[in-house]
Ligand binder design. Structure first.
Ligand code: SAH
Length: 273
């Protein structure tokens, strides 16, 4: 049988309320070789009797599930993040079919064909699932580089949480084992190789760059406190689509830093005259 593509994959559940769902998801993670389960502010006892009963042989994975206060904290060390949504209206990024979004997630673990240099320690990839009652807010979806939607009939698009996890992990498993080809993007040519395969930066670096940029843009009056949230959401969507690499995020931060310095120096010299 083909070997699975190696990648550190984390399933993230945001504020799950049902212990049966949490236990079922732990079982699914064990079924499909997921490395870890991250729970953001669970609204149930993830180690209670009901969750354990549903986890069956996934109980070890359930016991080592990590707890996080916010989605941002849970994703800070990840580079590729795919978030899932059953809602049809108003997504902040395009909704992709499972195979496309997951092929992008797995691209992070494939080695460049043109330049087989050993990879530095790989950042985890994450698959994010929302609350049973209201899914993920747009601000949370925007923390992902890709959005995934499981196609359903048009009149009822929302699956039960653990059923959605089952469909997604089965598709991922099929792709990882090479039983279906990765079709999200064609393999890079030698010249494109270094660029295309540059991994996206980790989430915390992008958030830090956005926080720096927001502070500067408020300082120079491009953003106003009451418009800042909406405009920064647009900028975040743009950067997520662009799949900014480590070097590019450092470039952005350097630019912001220099602009802040220049703007403060100008303000000082104007106040001296
Ligand atoms: N009423 C909620 C339903 C949430 S279902 C809503 O409006 O979003 C709980 C979670 O299951 C969702 O946040 C999503 O992570 C996943 N899910 C449900 N249906 C899905 C679908 N069709 N495609 C992808 N994920 C889905």
């Amino acid at each position: 049988m083909a070997q699975a593509i190696p990648i550190n994959l984390q399933v993230v559940l945001v504020e799950p309320a049902g212990p049966l769902n949490v236990g079922s998801v732990a079982r699914l993670c064990a079924n499909f070789g997921i490395d870890g389960l991250r729970l953001v502010a669970p609204r149930c006892d993830p180690l209670g009797e009901e969750a354990r009963r549903m986890a069956v042989h996934g109980v070890e994975l359930l016991e080592r599930a990590s707890l996080w206060p916010t989605l941002e904290a849970a994703l800070a060390d990840c580079d590729r993040v795919v978030a899932t949504s059953g809602r049809l209206e108003g997504p902040p990024l395009p909704l992709l079919p499972p195979a496309d979004a997951l092929a992008w997630l797995l691209e992070g673990s494939a080695s460049p064909q043109a330049d087989p240099v050993p990879q530095p320690k790989m950042a985890p990839g994450a698959l994010v699932f929302g609350r049973e009652d209201r899914g993920l807010a747009n601000g949370e979806l925007l923390q992902a580089g890709r959005l995934l939607q499981i196609g359903t009939g048009p009149s009822y698009s929302s699956l039960n949480l653990s059923h959605a996890v089952a469909v997604v992990l089965h598709e991922l498993h099929t792709l990882r084992r090479g039983e279906r080809s990765l079709t999200a993007s064609p393999p890079p040519t030698a010249a494109e190789g270094a660029m295309v395969w540059a991994n996206p930066c980790r989430r915390h670096d992008l958030e830090a760059a956005l926080a720096d940029a927001e502070a500067l843009l408020l300082e120079v009056g491009f953003l106003l406190p009451h418009t800042s949230r909406a405009r920064m959401a647009k900028l975040r969507a743009l950067l997520q689509r662009a799949q900014v690499s480590e070097g590019e995020v450092a470039l952005l931060r350097g630019m912001v830093c220099q602009l802040r310095w220049a703007s403060r120096r100008r303000a000082r010299s104007e106040s001296d005259t």
